[in-house]
Design a protein around this ligand. Structure first.
Ligand code: ADP
Ligand code: MG
Length: 615
């Protein structure tokens, strides 16, 4: 039989290898930024176009390359960072596999401009699909600029596999954050389609975090610091009340390299035990420094997973350190509406799907009755922890002593917080509210009174409802008698297309679509026909604007935007039933006390505060 084994040509081998290293534009961003860091740059600029699909360009002021190195850098296994296998165990650089540039050059049009300090004239080199098409001398600044154009131009299947621009942009920003956080001493900027997305001056870690995630982050940070023989930890965790439902700011760095580690994540989570609600995620920016010899980074091609020699000790130490920091900064639970356990509304109830827009108020409703009156509204009478919002009101009741007996069975986490809310002056039936300046709903509670911001409260209600509809896919739609034909720009239509599935879950029905218009046949029940264009336009602009925020998740963003557009406005007058209905809906939410954008939804005024004012 004839011999049939052949060596693959280089460009094919490179294309195959590229599959491992380059999954999407963000992978290119990561590799280029890391190369710039390894080159000792102090200023790095990232420019992208069309979510990196058309262009990813990184410019640095690092050491640059000689003409020969410039050419060699695109060879597979060409690296200046290790010389022998032993070096693998003493790594101080991000890269070491010598694969990134070769892989990228196999699947894109790449242009390199570079110059070292010692040369007056630099090099320009162009490569397409692993083939050098040009290498010339050119006057360029010290440092390196690599432009990667038309990623996957020669692998259409991979190109088609890329996600929508917002999603790919999100991935790029994630990579950018990871590198920028690990290197606060380096200044970074990022531009997307010609506009500034980030401008991060040289700074310390705290400033870097604040520059990336916004000025409000500053007061949320709790420093963490500890040093033992095997590991040094420093960085910050976010105060427990800023924990979120989705994974937001969770960053581990080991020797300044971002890593993913479910094991260490668990350690941090367990340090927050008892301080945050189940299902909530703490935020953290933690930097571990270990002897490079004690880790193996080589177990994943994109190097985001590493193996520690002494994992158990690191776990224990991390958990203890975070716990200690939380304790030291007296983050112990206090009465605070952001995390008051009394608001831990039972999930059963929050799952109930409020029917908009009709108003239903069960005036007979008495949560202390043994049998719940309505099948789908259930307040558990016994809980492991905490009371519930209704305890703010119903404890005010006096004459129903036989039902109040049940109270003794309620176990409160803190008597101070919930127990004292019960008194005997007013009744649930008399629970009343009034509206102040068509803006606030005022409601008496045992300890004083509660002021609820109607617009923010409704935002919270709609947000949770929409988010639920998107995830469980049960949004209700109202069919339009005459379909609407809406005009948008080409790129906006593209953006909406990327969100079609989610929008349909909220109740939208789309039919035809062309380059610059789309037809809507159905809309969510909470919306009126006249507002569709406005609401979608707002959604588009929110998505475009939101990009720099780390909390970005398309569903979340969509829910926030729609909730904001559709919530009853300040200035709308509400009758008593509507007010009470809104209050009920609000406290059926999982997180009634803050708006989707983290603004307080309600404020309480204690009688004791009032008393002080009369002294
Ligand atoms: P690795 O980073 O694993 O060594 P790469 O393919 O990413 O492999 O890069 C190959 C080599 O090209 C590097 O080892 C480095 O010598 C050189 N190089 C890449 N990017 C830069 C840059 N921005 N500045 C200077 N040298 C660079
Ligand atoms: Mg590299």
């Amino acid at each position: 039989m004839a011999d049939i084994i052949q060596l693959l040509p280089d460009h094919v081998a490179n294309q195959i290898a590229a599959g491992e290293v380059v999954q999407r534009p963000a992978s290119v961003v990561k590799e280029l930024l890391e190369n710039a860091i390894d080159a000792g740059a102090t200023t790095i600029t990232l420019v992208i176009k069309d979510a990196g699909k058309t262009l990813v360009q990184v410019t640095d002021n690092g050491c640059g390359m000689s003409p020969v190195d410039a050419r060699l850098s695109f060879e597979r296994h060409a690296t200046s960072k290790i010389r022998s296998a032993e070096d693998l165990f003493n790594l101080h650089t991000k890269g070491f596999r010598g694969e990134a540039l070769a892989s990228i050059a196999a699947i894109a049009h790449v242009e390199l401009k570079t110059r070292t300090e010692n040369e007056d004239i630099g090099t320009k080199l162009s490569i397409e699909g692993s083939e050098v098409t040009e290498q010339v001398s050119e006057v360029v600044p010290i440092g390196t600029t690599i432009s990667v154009k038309n990623l996957f131009y020669n692998i259409p299947a991979r190109r088609n596999f890329l996600k929508s621009n917002p999603v790919e942009t999100r991935h790029i920003i994630d990579e950018f954050h990871r590198v920028a956080l690990a290197h606060p001493k380096v200044s970074f900027s990022m531009l997307h389609n010609g506009s500034d997305v980030f401008n991060l001056p040289q700074s310390n870690l705290r400033q870097r975090i604040v520059n990336i995630f916004g000025s409000k982050t500053n007061e949320k940070l709790v420093p963490v610091e500890e040093e033992t023989e095997i590991v040094k930890v420093d960085g910050f965790v976010l105060k427990p009340q800023f924990a979120r439902k989705s994974r937001g700011e969770q960053f581990f760095f080991v020797n300044d390299r971002f890593i993913k580690s479910p094991y260490l994540h668990h350690a941090v989570n367990s340090a927050f035990e008892g301080l945050i609600k189940d299902g909530m995620q703490p935020g953290y920016f933690l930097f571990l420094e270990v002897d490079p010899k004690s880790i193996d980074i080589n177990i994943h091609p994109t190097k985001t997973e590493i193996k520690f020699d002494d994992e158990h000790s690191i776990y224990a130490m991390l958990r203890a350190t975070v716990k200690h920091s939380l304790g030291q900064f007296s983050i112990a639970p206090v009465l605070d509406f952001n995390k008051e356990s009394g608001f831990d509304t039972p999930y059963n109830y929050s799952k109930k799907n409020p029917v908009a827009p009709t108003i239903e108020v069960d005036r007979e409703f008495n949560p202390f009755q043994k049998e719940p009156r309505q099948g789908n509204i259930q307040f558990p009478y016994k809980r492991e922890k905490g009371g519930s919002w209704e305890s703010l009101y119903v404890g005010l009741k006096s004459e129903t002593t036989e039902t109040l007996v049940d109270l003794h069975n309620i176990e409160f986490e803190s008597e101070e917080v919930t127990g004292s809310l019960f008194s005997s002056e007013e009744t649930q039936e008399n629970q009343t509210t009034f509206q102040l300046q068509n803006k606030y709903i005022i409601s008496p509670i045992k300890s004083g009174l509660m002021v609820i911001h109607q617009h923010l409260a409704h935002q919270r209600v709609l947000y949770e409802e929409i988010l639920k509809n998107i995830t469980v896919q049960e949004g209700v739609s109202q069919q339009l008698l005459f379909p609407l034909k809406l005009q948008f720009s080409k790129s906006d239509i593209e953006l909406i297309s990327g969100l079609k599935e989610q929008l349909e879950h909220t109740g939208f029905v789309f039919s035809e679509q062309e380059e610059d218009w789309l037809q809507v046949d159905g809309i969510p029940v909470s919306m009126t026909e006249g507002r569709v264009q406005e609401v979608l336009t707002k959604l588009i602009s929110d998505i475009k604007e939101e990009v720099p925020d780390a909390s970005f998740s398309l569903n979340d963003l969509l829910a926030k935007s729609l909730a904001k557009s559709l919530a009853i406005k300040t200035g709308t007058s509400l009758n008593l039933e509507e007010q009470i209905h809104l209050v009920h809906q609000l406290f059926a939410c999982k997180e009634p006390s803050v708006s989707p954008e983290n603004k307080p939804v309600l404020v309480t005024l204690d009688v004791t505060d009032l008393d002080k004012r009369f002294m």
